[in-house]
Design a protein around this ligand. Structure first.
Ligand SMILES: [Fe+2]
Length: 243
């Protein structure tokens, strides 16, 4: 059986605040493989202060070659962590949009500490462009502290992505509380690591995956870590996503 699929991971070296060197990236990749991952779609921050898309593409090709040479069995896909801003919205549907895989999903993050009152309208606008928003770590964003907001986003056609570290308190008590509540309510479509570096990775990601399994069981955690993310990466719809 194929392994887990991570759709949020800062694995590409020297493109953002993730892996600093190729050695960092290989160490992170080894840890992920040991923990059961077989595929990662590295998601560098798509921000002006970080590497542009041509550099990202080159690093992706370099890392693929280095993984092969080091005999680390990890496949890589195309991805980016977009910011929910006007430039992102304007670019959707054009070749410049930084999508997940070859599909119609875009990974996007909301501000951590600012409200987004227009969220339902924005999600509607994204969907009318034929794009499915995959919202990164909602449990870490102020907007989703509003009661019912996460369920509303799912109803508006977004998929929510759990950052598994939140389950073990890596981002504080509020993110932990929200992550557990959204998980209990079945609001997440996928779970991801948002791994930024190799230090302690094997330990904390391992504990977080264990916590996820113990909270939802083997079948649901398999769906969040394997079934759903591999479908999204392949450009397929999830059951909740038929339209
Ligand atoms: Fe991230």
């Amino acid at each position: 059986m194929s392994g887990f699929v991570d759709l949020h991971c800062h694995l590409l070296p020297a493109v953002d605040d993730g892996a600093r060197t190729l050695e960092d990236a290989l160490e992170m990749a080894r840890a992920l493989v040991d923990l059961g991952f077989s595929t990662v779609a590295p998601s560098p921050h798509a921000r002006p202060e970080y590497a542009p898309v041509d550099v990202v593409e080159a690093r992706l090709a370099e890392l693929k070659a280095a993984l092969e040479q080091a005999r680390i069995p990890l496949s890589l896909g195309r991805n980016a962590e977009n910011i929910l801003d006007d430039a992102f919205l304007r670019g959707l549907g054009s070749p410049s949009a930084r999508m997940l895989g070859e599909g119609r999903v875009a990974l996007v993050e909301l501000p951590y500490t600012a409200p987004v009152p227009a969220l339902p309208d924005i999600l509607f606008r994204i969907r009318t462009k034929g794009v499915v928003p995959l919202i990164a770590h909602p449990e870490r964003c102020l907007e989703f502290e509003r009661k019912g907001r996460a369920a509303e986003a799912v109803r508006a056609g977004a998929h929510l992505q759990l950052d598994v570290g939140a389950l073990i308190g890596r981002y504080g008590p509020m993110a932990k509380k929200l992550a557990r509540a959204f998980l209990d309510d079945g609001l997440y479509a996928v779970a991801a690591t948002d791994l930024h570096g190799p230090v302690g990775a094997r330990d904390w990601v391992g504990r977080a995956l264990g916590e996820l399994r113990s909270r939802v069981g083997e079948e649901a955690s398999g769906r969040l870590l394997r079934g759903n993310p591999s479908r999204l990466l392949a450009g397929e719809s999830l059951e909740s996503d038929q339209d």
